[in-house]
Design a binder for this molecule. Sequence first.
Ligand code: NDP
Length: 310
Amino acid sequence: MSIILDGNRVRDRILRDLGPRVAALAAASRPPGLAVVLVGNDTGSQIYVRNKVKACAELGIASHSLTPPANIATEELLAIVEGLNQRPDIDGILVQLPLPPQVDSRRVLLAVAPQKDVDGFHPMNVGNLVAGRPGPRPCTPSGIMELLKQYQIPVAGKRAVVVGRSDIVGKPMAVLLLHANATVTICHSRTADLPGVCREGEILVAAMGRPAMLTADYIRPGAVVVDVGMNRITDRAEAARIFRNSPERLATLERKGSVLVGDVDPLDMQAKASAYTPVPGGVGPLTIAMLMANTVNAAEAACRIMEESC
Ligand code: NDP
C-alpha cells in the first residue's frame, strides 16, 4: 500500500500557522500586501491569479490586482513594477508568467525589488538559494520540501532524481534537495537512458509538462514520487489509456471537456511508489501556500526595518 502525500492537508497546516503572524502584523501596523500583475487575458493565468487572490482574502493579506492589456510594452510594465517597488503598503510583487512575447520577461523579473520578490525568481535571490543564504525560495519546490518534511520522508543520503531543469521548478528543486543532503541528478530532454536514470531515484520529482510520461519503467520500486506536472488533456483515447480504471476521471472529461493529469502515469505510480503526490491535490495547493508564506516573511522583514529606522 502506498501513502498518498496530501497537499491539501499540508497547505491547510501552513496557512493555519501563518494566520496568527498575519494578525500580529495587522495589529502592529497593517496587513501584509501582495500585488499581482496579470498581463492580458490568458485563461489559465486568470485561474491561477484568482486562486492566489482568494487565498490572500482568506488569510487576511491585502491583495492588489493589476491587469494591464496584452499589448503592453516592456517599458510600460517596468514602470508599473517600479511603482509597486516604491509603495510602502506592498510587501510582495508577483508578475504572473508567461508574459506576452513582445515583453522582455527577464528585464521585468529583474526589475522587481529583491526584498519584494515573493516568487524567488530575481537573480539575487537565485544566488541566495544556491549559496544557502536566507531569502525567498521559489514556491513550488519549497512547498515540495515542506511536504516531504511534514510526512517525515528522509531526504539526507537519498538518491534524488529531478526530471526538468526550468528556473521555476527543476533547478531550484534540485538545489533544495542538495541542501537537504540528497545526492541529486537533474534530467532533461537530452538525458540519455532517462528510464534508467529515473529508476535510480529513491525520490523522483517529475516536472516536464508531459502528460503521464513517466510510466512503470521509470519508477524504482518503493520510490517516493512527487508529480509536479499539471497537464490538461482533452483527447478521449489518451484519457482512456491514462485513467484505465478510473471511471470517475473519465466522467470528468465528459463533463468538463478536459481532465487534469500529471507527468507520471497515475496507476503505475500508485502500483510502484511507496508514497506519491496525486494530481490534483498534491503539489498544486502547496505552491499558493508558499506564496502566502513568502509574502508574510517579506512583510515581517519590512516591519522590522521600519522599527529599526524609527
Ligand atoms: P518548462 O517547460 O519550463 O520545463 C520543462 C522541463 O522538462 C525542461 O527542462 C525540459 O527539458 C524537460 N523536458 C521536457 N520534455 C522532456 C522529456 N521528454 N524528457 C525529459 N525532460 C523533458 O516547465 P515548468 O518547469 O514550468 O513546469 C513543468 C510542469 O510542472 C508543467 O506541467 C507545469 O504545468 C507544472 N507546474 C506545476 C506547478 C504546480 O503548482 N503544481 C507549478 C509550476 C509548474 P529541456 O530543458 O531540455 O527542454
